[in-house]
Write a protein that binds this ligand. Sequence first.
Ligand code: PFF
Length: 410
Amino acid sequence: METATPRTHWSSRWAFILVTAGSAIGLGNIWKFPYMTGTNGGSAFVLVYLLCISCIGVPLLMAETMLGRRGQANPVGTMRRLIAEAGASRAWIAIGFIGILGALIILSFYSVVAGWILEYAARSFAGFASLTREQASANFSALLADPLRLISWHTAFMLLTGWVVASGVTSGIERANKIMMPALFAIIVLLIIYGIVAADMGAALRFMFHFDLGAVRREVVLSAMGHAFFTLSLGMGAIMAYGSYLDRETSITRTAFYVALADTGIALMAGLAIFAIVFAHGLEPASGPGLILQTLPLAFGQMPGGIVVGPLFFILVIFAAWTSSISLMEPFCSFLIERFGLSRRAAVVSMGFAAWLLGIAVALSFNEWSGVKILGLGIFDLLDTLTTKIMMPLAGLLIALFVGWVMHRR
Ligand code: PFF
């Protein structure tokens, strides 16, 4: 049985907002949102995404925080308690398990992509001067074709994540978040200014905000809804785990609102900055997961001070990814600690190792194993689709039903 009391709590309401925003804001905003917008036709995707954030995302963010705070345990332990309290069917425990398993799967590919960013951070110190768009694309393809480099960076990122999670909740996670989020915001503002002055912000604005309802196809709706879950860290136990460290005084409604606002703001700004560069250089908006790595180096190579702004940007993206990956590791680890009495370090090693192994398969799916297809999808696409389009919406639906119809008021 879980032993979750006494439980540490965040040092203040702002600390909770900051860590939740830290979980929400990550590669989803800066890497995934722009490329998904590009591959899904631009404004149609943005429109559905915004609707999903406000109509589904914010209420679920509130519901999940509330579940965590009431349960005061890891996602599985929380569900077990709340089920007992409501006298409900044990099947609802699925919410907890879908969450911790989904988080493990996401962590595996998240870490590989964060590895790309590590590589680009390292490269950016030498600068990207006089890079052509063909070279920028070729550089990215060369990285994907190199399993050893992908796996090394993936390993480095997993170690970074495990290190913070092993060092405990308030000391590690909070401190890392407090400094990095505001800095990231500032540098994206800088990129927007670059987009206005030196790239094609007008075209970016038209591409993202010239809403055309006719372009909204079923596939776009599913992708945009899935992304709304992904970007707000919903359904994966992350918010539930963080909510469980929340005290009773904090307003959940206000917190959810701030977090969603910050998250959406950063995504839209990153999208505008990227597409201004895409259109100014005649690049292909639908070029897929490599989009930011094929565009931003061009901008950093040309802008004055790019040699400073480039490294700074990539380092901050790593921090944003880091604060998210921490929140992906925490739910499963707290489950192992509270359910099986593992030490925090042992929990981190077991969970981290499993996610690392799966991540190796993801890294290989870009090169050696690129021919491996399951249900017509490569390993990376399969894991992304499974979590974002199936597990997250399913967990979200179950949470909504549980909170709305099963749980009792106190
Ligand atoms: N929300 C994070 C991002 O946008 O990068 C990713 C994420 C973190 C998804 C935690 C799910 C999660 F539980």
